[in-house]
Design a protein around this ligand. Sequence first.
Ligand SMILES: Cc1cc2nc3c(=O)[nH]c(=O)nc-3n(C[C@H](O)[C@H](O)[C@H](O)COP(=O)(O)O)c2cc1C
Length: 327
Amino acid sequence: MKQIRLGGLSIDQTAALAPMASVGDRAYRLMCKRYGAAYVVGEMASAKALCYSDRKSAELLKSTPEEQPMAIQLFGSEPDFMARAVRIAEKYHPQVIDVNMGCPVPKVAGNGCGSALMKTPELACEIIRAMCRETDIPITVKIRTGWDADSVNAPELARGLEEAGAAAITVHGRTKQQMYRPGIDFDTILAVKEAVSIPVIGNGGITSGADAAEMYRRTGCDLVMIGQGSYGRPWIFEEVRQYLETGEILPDKPLEERLEIMLEHLSLICAFKGEKMGMMEGRKHAAWYIKGARGAAGFRHACGQLSHYEDLKTLAEEVLRTSRETE
Ligand SMILES: Cc1cc2nc3c(=O)[nH]c(=O)nc-3n(C[C@H](O)[C@H](O)[C@H](O)COP(=O)(O)O)c2cc1C
């Protein structure tokens, strides 16, 4: 398996897990890692909140050694706060610090952070310079192709970010206006790859090994990254690995095994967050795992009611029984 170099890290050239707020927590990252994710990025944490000692934000920077190689992710729009947040983040010993310049949600972009930084490239570069001055930890950046179809500027921005000290660039192949709608712009990711000499990570719309291979082929990127395609199927990383190595499409996992993985995943969430919070956050994951099973629509409602881990076990048994009865 070929590897890419990112800062001092060697990363298998298969697929990485994208940062996903409220989804890609420690339990999620561990599950994806277990099924072959080559690299994982944590949920975005606000630089400003970290500087004001917000406990919830600091919690987002925690990781387990099994997750490595891993990046934590920061967002913010003020170079000074971003630099101070680097010093705080260093206490959590991250291998890489990624900066979010792609988030479209109003709470983030409305404050000049996330994707709004694509409209202020000089400030974006100043942020990276200020962060790189503070640390030897590689600073990477995740961007979109641009703000909207009329202002696609990822290649120029990426070049500026490289000059400012960025160690790698991830490009989500959609504009901010496009949000998460279909239509991945492979050409702009390719243009970014041609514009810089640091590693480029291609992201957007990958739900299979063939999609991952297409991203590599059409963009020449150094690594691909998967977000929503891993919902309820952390084994997608195993599928991508197998496809890239041999061209083989792995058969779907049997329902029983999928449910066992679901149980394991939610037990991990509960171990990290306690049963009450864990089951509340675990509901959406349970629904994703059950998607596609017979009677899934009815079970989805039951997922929304889950509050005890034991109830999840009962639900898993019911899902399995229903699928066997109707076979
Ligand atoms: C629920 C959710 C949360 C996300 N949170 C983050 C985040 O914290 N930081 C970030 O850079 N991108 C975030 N993203 C964007 C993803 O990292 C990724 O770029 C996007 O989902 C496109 O990849 P996909 O088509 O494989 O899902 C989030 C996306 C989703 C769906």
